[in-house]
Design a binder for this molecule. Sequence first.
Ligand code: ADP
Length: 365
Amino acid sequence: MKNIGILGGGQLALMMLPSIKSLGLTSTILDQKDAPCSTLADEFISGDFSLESDCLKLEKCDVVTFEIESISLEGLKKLEEKTKVYPSSKVLEIIQDKGIQKQFLKDIDVPTSEFFLETLTEESLVEGKVVKLRTGGYDGKGVWVPNGAEKPSSFLGEDCLIEDRVDIKKEVAVVCSRNLQGELVTYEMVEMVMNPDLNLLDYQVNPAKVSDALKESAKNITEKIAAKLEYVGTLAVEFFVDQNDELWVNELAPRVHNSGHNTIESAPCSQFENHIRAISGMPLGKTMPAKESMTMNLIGSGNTGPTQVLIPSELEEKAYYHLYNKKECRAGRKMGHVTLLGTLEEMKKLRLEIKEKVIITGEDK
Ligand code: ADP
């Protein structure tokens, strides 16, 4: 029996649990005590994954993985001396720092916008440039895209990546899984539609509405990146398509990713199962044929408090709801997602109905 250790017990680890079980494996998860996985993992260890010493609490696991980039790199390196770790600390070291990541993309010659690195000064906050904190940003919070947005004075003096702004037509992503033997599968390219107010994913459409040539080119780039990283596990590559239909790699996520949540219902084998298969040395499952799908986030609204979910009964059977077992609901917090299957027209209609009628809120105490 193999025991899988996971650093981080949020929604991404939560969605790995059914695959771990169905493949006959067990889970040991490390995170703060009220994390979504705390009551559902086979074994839950309370700890802080950003601390080197706490990461080592997983040293007895047969293989260790992570669901979030902000874990301790030193902790991961130490774990590597004790057990198997996938993706490797080498991969995390490249991806955790957006500056190193960007240099890696340039070095392996994949298309990505021009950039430079600096301790941010006022002069770099100009139209045409996008500024990103090299470390610590997530869900758009460490990113400044000019566009009339207020200048991020808190970034001044921080280590930043400054890159050319891409005139974006679409944001798309390709998720792939690569196993220990180097076998690699890619999922259908998806299109991400952002919510401009929250800078979060609004909804995702699978497959992306782009030409086959563009899909093929993104697939080749994804395969090249995974091979160059000697990657093991599931990896997401986020791209921009510009107004001239050129592809640009935006960034990499060394883990299962929200652009692959649809694969639970739309692919024969999900990104979560393939991640577990890849890191435990199993052959990978099929990613095709893919059913058309649409996936949307379920975002908290109203008061902060214990989570209350209101799904009208007529909508319950029409879609696949995934709630993340977060005990406290706050306005703007990602509380779950829902995937719809069907024709594009049907899904567009149903999405608006769900957006209006499904409510996740914190009730008054
Ligand atoms: P995070 O890692 O926090 O999600 P991203 O690098 O994905 O940050 O950036 C968040 C969003 O900002 C992107 O989805 C995109 O809409 C916009 N953005 C990021 N980089 C650029 C760029 N070079 N040009 C134009 N828009 C960008």
